[in-house]
Design a protein around this ligand. Structure first.
Ligand code: HEC
Ligand SMILES: [Cu+2]
Length: 343
């Protein structure tokens, strides 16, 4: 059975015209209007700039329409047949038009420069730096800590941050150009092979903020989403401590058998810290059970979806760099038992 995709992903939806023009707040299933509803200081100035420039454009169009309509409707006495005439005063309108346009453009230029300055650097300086590496078609999240390598761990597709503080994000790419975008938290930044780009994100309130690759990068670009989970400091610290734990050794026979299958068929690509699995080409699975979604936002993370993904990765996410893996029923059960220990 093919699992249901996450609502709003991969399914073309017909949006009623009324929904396009209604000024309702963002709904949970309309991720692309998130940038109209910012949730942090790295995004708000850009959001206000967006609203401001839009308002200015609407005003310009309205004024032009009114002037055009007025000109069309103005009654004039018909010119005498054959007479060529020149009415005075026309140039005044040209000067006025150029003058008003110049002022409008200068205002938006100035507003844009002020906005760029406002989002350039966080204050205070970020206390936490994470490194995000884009892969076809998922995200590696590295909570590296130069000062203390024992505090370092790697996860995938789900970034946790403490609420109310700026977090620096170093952006890398393992293959092609991608772009990291969490519309409610910050503008987008490209990830470029061989280069480290930097940006910062900050969430004002706890919550889950959707992110998406926003630079076309191949077949599964659309299924290259991620989530930022903003948590109160204590919750974040607890999450971090849990992620630092190594995977437990399998305690019962099925999980033990499952681990053996994992070592044979998965460990070349995937790592599980605390075991001999140390693959580097695919998401770290040490705590895969703690994540909300699978395969970069393609599936919700349930045991059934997990097993389905393993056996039908190529149907669910065609061309993803994980093969569909055929498993005998008893092997599938054993593998499930093992994966259930990776929480
Ligand atoms: C050839 C390398 C390769 C092999 C072998 C492989 N995988 Fe994967 N796996 C990947 C890649 C690459 C991804 C990321 C795919 C994507 O999201 O586009 C992935 C994603 C996953 C995910 C989703 C992780 C997440 O957090 O989203 C799970 C779970 C998973 N694989 C489990 C397994 C299991 C279990 C096996 C063995 C039965 C296995 N994989 C074998 C490469 C591999
Ligand atoms: Cu992409």
């Amino acid at each position: 059975m093919r699992p249901a995709l996450i609502p709003g992903m991969g399914v073309v939806r017909v949006v009623p015209v009324a929904a396009l023009v209604s000024p309702l707040p963002a709904r949970a299933d309309s991720p692309l209007d998130y940038f109209l509803h910012s949730a942090g200081p790295a995004a708000s100035p850009t959001m206000y700039l967006g609203w401001g420039v839009t308002a200015m454009c609407v005003a310009v169009v309205a004024i032009i329409v009114i002037l055009l309509a007025a000109a069309l409707l103005r009654r004039r006495p018909p010119a005498a047949p054959g007479a060529l005439g020149r009415e005075g005063g026309g140039m005044t309108w040209v000067y006025a038009g150029v003058g008003v346009s110049t002022v409008a453009l200068l205002v938006s230029l100035f507003y844009t420069l002020v906005t760029l300055q406002a989002v350039a650097q966080p204050s205070p300086a970020p206390a936490l730096t994470i490194t995000v590496t884009a892969y076809d078609w998922w995200w590696k999240i590295d909570y590296g800590d130069d000062a203390d390598p024992a505090q370092r761990f790697v996860t995938a597709n789900e970034i946790h941050i403490p609420v109310g503080v700026p977090v620096k994000v170093d952006l890398k790419s393992a293959d092609v150009i991608h772009a990291f975008w969490v519309p409610r938290l910050a503008g987008k930044t490209q990830t470029i092979p061989g280069q480290v780009n930097t940006q910062w994100i900050e969430a004002d309130a706890p919550g889950v903020y959707r992110g998406q690759c926003s630079q076309f990068c191949g077949a599964q670009h659309a299924h290259m989403a991620f989530e930022v989970v903003a948590q109160p400091a204590a919750e974040f610290t607890a999450w971090r401590a849990a992620q630092l734990q190594l995977a437990p050794s399998p305690a019962d026979a099925p999980a033990h058998a499952g681990q053996k299958i994992f070592m044979d068929r998965c460990a070349g690509c995937h790592a599980v810290r605390g075991s001999d699995a140390a693959g580097v080409f695919a998401p770290d699975l040490t705590h895969v059970g703690s994540r909300r979604q699978l395969a970069a936002g393609t599936l919700t993370n349930t045991p059934a979806h997990l097993l389905d993904w393993i056996q039908h990765a190529q149907q669910i996410k065609p061309e993803a760099l994980m093969p569909s893996i055929a498993l005998k029923p008893q092997d599938a059960a054993a593998l499930s038992a093992y994966l259930a220990t990776l929480r």
